[in-house]
Design a binder for this molecule. Structure first.
Ligand code: HH2
Length: 262
């Protein structure tokens, strides 16, 4: 899953695209590099980010989604109105970091359109989520949350086969907690749904490399994280650096098969 943020303030690629055409061109580059899906987001969810109104989020994402009709795209939003307009343009998946808690209409919108949905774990909300998060057993607590959210999504009428889950690396977790989640990622496969992981460029990676004040990680650190997550059962990796991630995962998958080609 290639990342395309059309925001002024995302932590690693905010403000990068000056026009919808530049953003569409970047998405096409991500596909050429091997992305199976491109995730278009118009609201930053980095720690401390302020929420964005629906009309501003629509103004950011709609022209980009219009330019990407006919290719596999997800929309990174927690707002039903944004999801609805995106799905009308052919978007295949709603990537909802609030796991259907942000907007009471979201479940119905996804169910009505028969779309895929990614349900992500987050403690608190982006503005406050890094204020001393505490867990007794993080993997068990995130597992229980996702289990409950899957049941809720099914209650909303969403086909279970269209649900994937994400432990939400960096969303209300310390760096050690993020690493513990990836270490125990294989436990999430018991949810019976594909697991998505987004470690790409996150600050935990920079901290592992010795910068205690890091706000970002490097490309090579992100690739290392993606391979570690893949080896523990991740089904989709959310990545900014698609070519490097795809090449590394191709080798990790080949080693697992013991064969050059599938
Ligand atoms: N991380 C970010 C945003 N959306 N969605 C899923 N499913 N999983 C993630 O880990 C995830 C996500 C944050 O990263 P980014 O989009 O690069 O930054 P920002 O939120 O500042 O736009």
């Amino acid at each position: 899953m290639g990342v395309l943020n059309v925001t002024p303030d995302s932590f690693s690629d905010g403000g990068r695209f000056s026009s919808p055409a530049a953003a569409v061109a970047h998405a096409r580059r991500l596909f050429a590099e091997g992305a199976a899906l491109v995730d278009v987001g118009g609201e930053s969810t980095r720690p401390g980010a302020e929420p964005v109104a629906a009309d501003e989020e629509l103004r950011r994402v709609l022209p980009v989604l219009e330019g990407l009709q006919g290719v596999p795209v997800s929309v990174d939003t927690s707002k039903a109105e944004v999801a609805k307009r995106a799905l009308e343009l052919g978007v295949e998946m709603v990537n909802d970091v609030s796991a259907l808690r942000g907007d009471p209409e979201m479940g119905a919108v996804v169910a009505e359109r028969g779309a895929y949905v990614c349900l992500m774990h987050m403690r608190g909300e982006p503005r406050t989520m890094q204020e001393a998060p505490q867990y007794d057993d993080i993997a068990a607590e995130v597992f229980a949350f996702l289990e409950e959210r899957i049941a809720f999504a099914i209650e909303c009428g969403i086909d279970e086969r269209r649900i994937c889950v994400d432990p939400g690396i960096g969303f209300g977790k310390t760096s050690d907690q993020n690493l513990e989640l990836v270490r125990r990622l294989d436990s999430f496969t018991a949810l019976g749904r594909p697991v998505v992981v987004g470690l790409s460029r996150k600050s935990t990676l920079g901290k592992v490399l010795g910068d205690s004040g890091a706000t970002q990680g490097t490309t090579s650190a992100s690739v290392g994280g993606a391979v570690a997550a893949f080896e523990r059962g991740a089904w989709m990796l959310r990545a900014h650096d698609v070519r490097e991630t795809v090449e590394a995962l191709a080798v990790a998958a080949a080693v697992e098969r013991g064969k050059v080609s599938a």
